[in-house]
Design a protein around this ligand. Structure first.
Ligand code: LLP
Length: 449
C-alpha cells in the first residue's frame, strides 16, 4: 500500500530533468508498492499488476479497450473530504470548497463531488450546463471568465447562480443592463483582482501577475469596486483572485492575500485554486493541511477574522486519482528507443503544451531499466507523452499506465487526426463502470449537416 499518500497532493515542474531514481525504482518493485503519484490505495496485486480501485488494469484494458482514463472513485472522495477537513482543522468556520470543473468536466465527476458536499466553479455556459445537469446546487456555483457574452450571463442569472465574478469593466456594463431588464433580487458578485503576484509555475498557467488577461489590477480594482456599488442590480460581496495553477510553494498565496487587503474590508474572499500536485515520485508538494493553514492564517492576519472563504481546487482534487492506460503499438530503435502508444496528444495535451512530465509503468512489469520514449500516435514529432523513462523492455501489446492524468487530461482531450476520445471508467472495490463512453467513428461526423 502507499505510504504517506494523503499527505502528498502536490505538483509538477515542467522543466525538471528525467524523474526516476533507479534505487527508488528497485525498492518499489521489491516492496510491491506504487508511489504517491498513483491513486490512494493503488497497489501491485499478487500477479504483479497495477491495481486501481481494486481493479487489475490489464483486465480493464482488455475489457474496455485502450486508451482509457481509469478513475479511482474512492481517491476523489477522500481528497474532497480532506479538503473540507483541512479547513475545519485550520479553524475556518465559514467556507465552501468549490471544485474547479474545468479540471475534469464530466457529469459523473461533478456528481461525485456534489455527493461529497462540494460546490463548483464554472467558466462557460457549457460548464454551467454540465454542473446543473449533474445536480449541483446553483446557489453554490461560481461563474468565472474573462470573455462571457450576454448569453452566458443571462443563463447564469436565470438559473440562479450564487456568485458571478466580475473580470472587467465590460462585465459591469453587461450585468447592469441584464439585471436592469430582469429586476428582482440583486445578483451577488465578486470582483476579480490580479494582485501582481507571480507564483512559480509554467507561464501559460500563471494568472496573478500584473500583465494578466484576467481580472483587475489593484488600481483598477478600486475603481471597479466603486462602480459595482452604484449598480442596483448587483450586490458586491467580496473579492476573488486566482494566482495560477500547480503552485508548489505556498508563499504566493500569502502575498496575494496581503496585496488585496488594501482594497477594503469584505465579508467574502475567494482564494481561487492552484494547489500543485505530484506528477513524478520525486515531487513532494505542500499537503492540503499545509495549504489550508497557510491560507487561513494569512486571511486572519491580513484581512481579519470572521471572513467567509471560498476555495476552488481543481487539480489537487482530481490529478492523482486517475491513470490513463494505453497499449504499445510499435517499438523502434534509432538514436532513442521509441515506444509508440495508441493515444497521445489527443488524450493528454499537457506534455505538448507545458512540457509536463509524467510517470509511467508497464502495467504487469513494473520497474525496469530500458530507457525509452513513450510517443503518441499523432502526426507531429512533439507528440511525446513521456520522454526518457525507464521501463521493463516494452513490447508490442504491453499495457502502459501513465499516472496522475486526472486533471486537464479528459478536459483538454481533442480529436486531432480524427482520433476518438477515450472513455472515463470509474473503479471502486474491484468493480469498473464506464461513466463516459468511448467516442465512436460515427461521433466524428455527428455534427455534419
Ligand atoms: N479557479 C480559477 C478561476 C481558475 O482559473 C482555475 C484554473 C482554478 C480555479 C483551478 O485551478 P487548479 O486548482 O486546478 O490549479 N490546463 C492547465 C491548467 C489551467 C488552469 C486554469 N485555471 C493545465 O493542464 O495545467
Amino acid at each position: 500500500m502507499i505510504a504517506d499518500h494523503e499527505a502528498r497532493t502536490g505538483g509538477h515542474a515542467p522543466s525538471r530533468p528525467p524523474r526516476r531514481n533507479r534505487d527508488n525504482r528497485s525498492a518499489m518493485a521489491s516492496t510491491q508498492t506504487l508511489s504517491h503519484v498513483y491513486p490512494i490505495d493503488s497497489r501491485l496485486n499478487d500477479r504483479g499488476r497495477v491495481e486501481i480501485g481494486g481493479c487489475d488494469v490489464v483486465e480493464i484494458a482488455k475489457r474496455f479497450g485502450t486508451p482509457a482514463y481509469l478513475v479511482a472513485e474512492d481517491d476523489l472522495r477522500a481528497r474532497a473530504r480532506s479538503f473540507r477537513a483541512a479547513f475545519e482543522a485550520a479553524g475556518q468556520q465559514d467556507f465552501d470548497v468549490l471544485f474547479a470543473s474545468k479540471a475534469f468536466p464530466a457529469t459523473a465527476i461533478l456528481h461525485l463531488f456534489a455527493e461529497e458536499g462540494l460546490g463548483c466553479d464554472v467558466a462557460s455556459a457549457g460548464e454551467l450546463h454540465l454542473a446543473l445537469r449533474a445536480g449541483l446546487d446553483p446557489e453554490r456555483i461560481v461563474l468565472h471568465g474573462n470573455a462571457r457574452d450576454d448569453g452566458e450571463f443571462a443563463m447564469a442569472l436565470d438559473r440562479g447562480v450564487g456568485l458571478i465574478v466580475i473580470d472587467n469593466f465590460d462585465d459591469i456594463e453587461r450585468l447592469e443592463r441584464l439585471t436592469n431588464a430582469r429586476g428582482g433580487r440583486p445578483q451577488a458578485v465578486l470582483v476579480r483582482v490580479t494582485p501582481g503576484v507571480r507564483g512559480d509555475t509554467h507561464e501559460k498557467i500563471s494568472t496573478g501577475q500584473a500583465n494578466s488577461k484576467f481580472g483587475f489590477g489593484l488600481a483598477d480594482a478600486a475603481v471597479a469596486i466603486e462602480r459595482v456599488r452604484t449598480v442596483a442590480g448587483l450586490d458586491l460581496r467580496g473579492l476573488h483572485f486566482h494566482i495560477g495553477s500547480n503552485l508548489l510553494d505556498l508563499e504566493p498565496f500569502r502575498a496575494a492575500i496581503s496585496a488585496i487587503a488594501q482594497l477594503g474590508d469584505f465579508p467574502v474572499y475567494d482564494i481561487g485554486g492552484g494547489l500543485g500536485v505530484a506528477y513524478t515520485p520525486d515531487q513532494a508538494p505542500p499537503t492540503v493541511d499545509d495549504y489550508a493553514s497557510a491560507v487561513v492564517d494569512a486571511v486572519r492576519e491580513e484581512l481579519g477574522r470572521g471572513k467567509r472563504l471560498l476555495l476552488e481546487p481543481g487539480r489537487a482534487l482530481v490529478a492523482n486519482g486517475c491513470v490513463t492506460v494505453y497499449r504499445v503499438v510499435s517499438v523502434k530503435q534509432n538514436v532513442s528507443r521509441w515506444v509508440a502508444l495508441d493515444g497521445g496528444m489527443s488524450d493528454n495535451l499537457r506534455p505538448m503544451l507545458y512540457g509536463a512530465r509524467y510517470d509511467a509503468e508497464i502495467a504487469d512489469r513494473v520497474g525496469g531499466e530500458t530507457l525509452v520514449t513513450l510517443a503518441g500516435k499523432h502526426c507531429e514529432s512533439g507528440d511525446v507523452l513521456v520522454s526518457d523513462v525507464l521501463l521493463d523492455d516494452p513490447r508490442v501489446g504491453d499495457i502502459v499506465v501513465i499516472a496522475a492524468t486526472g486533471a486537464y487530461g479528459h478536459a483538454m482531450a481533442n480529436n486531432y487526426n480524427a482520433v476518438p476520445r477515450p472513455p472515463v471508467i470509474f473503479c471502486r472495490d474491484g468493480e469498473a463502470r464506464v461513466v463516459v463512453r468511448r467516442e465512436t467513428l460515427d461521433d466524428l461526423h455527428a455534427r455534419d449537416q
